[in-house]
Design a protein around this ligand. Sequence first.
Ligand code: FMN
Length: 348
Amino acid sequence: MSVYESAVRPLLFRLDPERAHNLTLAASELGGRSSLVRRAAGRAFTVRDPRLETSLAGIPLANPLGLAAGFDKNARAVRMLGALGFGHLEIGSVSADASDGNPKPRLFRVPQDEAIVVAYGVPNEGAHAVRERLSGPRRVPVGINLVKTNDPAKPAAGPEVYEDYAASFAVLQDRADYVALNLSCPNSAADRDFFDELPRIDALLSRLAQEDVRRPLILKLKPTRDAGVLREIVAIADGHPFVSGFAINLPSGKPADLNLTVARDSLDRMPGAVGGPPVEAFVNAILGTLKSITGDRYDLIAAGGVASAEAAYTKLQLGATVVQLYTGLIYHGPGLVKEILTGLLARA
Ligand SMILES: Cc1cc2nc3c(=O)[nH]c(=O)nc-3n(C[C@H](O)[C@H](O)[C@H](O)COP(=O)(O)O)c2cc1C
């Protein structure tokens, strides 16, 4: 058991999950200001080995394990997170305008399944605030994940959605090594189905093309097992050469085939999407289908239940270019990054 698991986690788990997260982020932000702390973290957590090196959308990476979007929505802790051994970080989701997200409580732990239920609704400080924070040098490549501003008074309806993405894209693309477009936040109830009409993805990409796209784009898709839909999305991407790859978001709600042991009625008291090991098989099935469609034409970012080297390895074997994690950090702490990378090396 790591120090995190035996000493830190019990304290954090006594707190409300969102408060625990905010404290962790504040501590990381503070620690990251000290070069001494960053160096110590780098020594403790980093695994360097040429066999781990890879690339994503043409960006060289020290290893294939990244931090998933949602952990550091506002780029507060990039300096510290960059010292934890990740090969890349994905910041966001960020929207053009700041948003408060959904009412609280909106984050729940399911310890018996090492899962999290999230209903944040993409609260964030907006593109300009994040741009300011990302002005300094950084240790690892940073992707920025963009989403439409969540404003219940202005649900996604028409072309203003494209304008919202275009606005955040214009502000942030120069701060990013890649830009991920979150096309279905499972927790923005008013917006999450907008891109179910697939020609709208084409319309969004055509609108972004007017912005002089200088960074590779990744489309973070609503999960679907419908190979026909995935094929259609890939065909749309084929028309926009700046699209470099795809990622798969969490499913909204709680599909019956998630691997949960917690009783359904207690789960039903937690609104939101499930992250962590219960979604692993669900996401992996879609990853396999997507890979069979894209072949090697596109890069794939895979997240969903990566809490062990075995889980990361499985996704890489299924065709992921890189894997990302979030929920695993909550249950296992930062040592998980090194544990996974060491485990991948053992399988190399
Ligand atoms: C608390 C929480 C907040 C998240 N916020 C975002 C977000 O803002 N944008 C996004 O694209 N994905 C978000 N995600 C999804 C993660 O990026 C990732 O795809 C998902 O959690 C699966 O990985 P995991 O099982 O390792 O958590 C969030 C996930 C969690 C648990």
